[in-house]
Design a protein around this ligand. Structure first.
Ligand SMILES: [Zn+2]
Length: 118
């Protein structure tokens, strides 16, 4: 049986791996996200920028969109990381809006959100 602590460690690990995949030549601000589905899958995302900044997709939304495409609708937790070490950086307004939408679908209503600094 996998402990909750092990699941969180794996979520964080995959979040950090996702950050390494970020496509951010304009901002040079890599972000990774990992969302835990109710059935235990972890779906990752990274920010994918575009020269037209408005077309950039953040890591959080990439992870959620990938999860939906893969058939997941219930979520338990999400971890997000960036490479700023000394300050808390929260999600942007667009991501907060999307997170609010899926928040209703968090499986046990004990949603968890973590921003990791590493
Ligand atoms: Zn965002």
């Amino acid at each position: 049986m996998t402990s909750r602590r092990d699941i969180v460690k794996e979520l964080v690990s995959k979040c950090l791996q996702a950050r390494d995949m970020a496509y951010c030549p304009y901002s040079r601000f890599p972000v990774g996200a990992a969302i835990l589905t109710a059935d235990g899958a972890i779906i990752t995302g990274c920010n994918v920028e575009n020269a037209s900044y408005g077309l950039t997709v953040c890591a959080e939304r990439t992870a959620i969109q990938r999860a939906v495409v893969e058939g997941h609708r219930q979520f338990t937790a999400i971890a997000v990381t960036c490479d700023i070490k000394d300050h808390f950086v929260g999600p942007c307004g667009a991501c907060r809006q999307v997170l609010m939408e899926v928040r209703r679908r968090f499986y046990d209503r004990h949603e968890h959100y973590a921003v990791i600094r590493k």
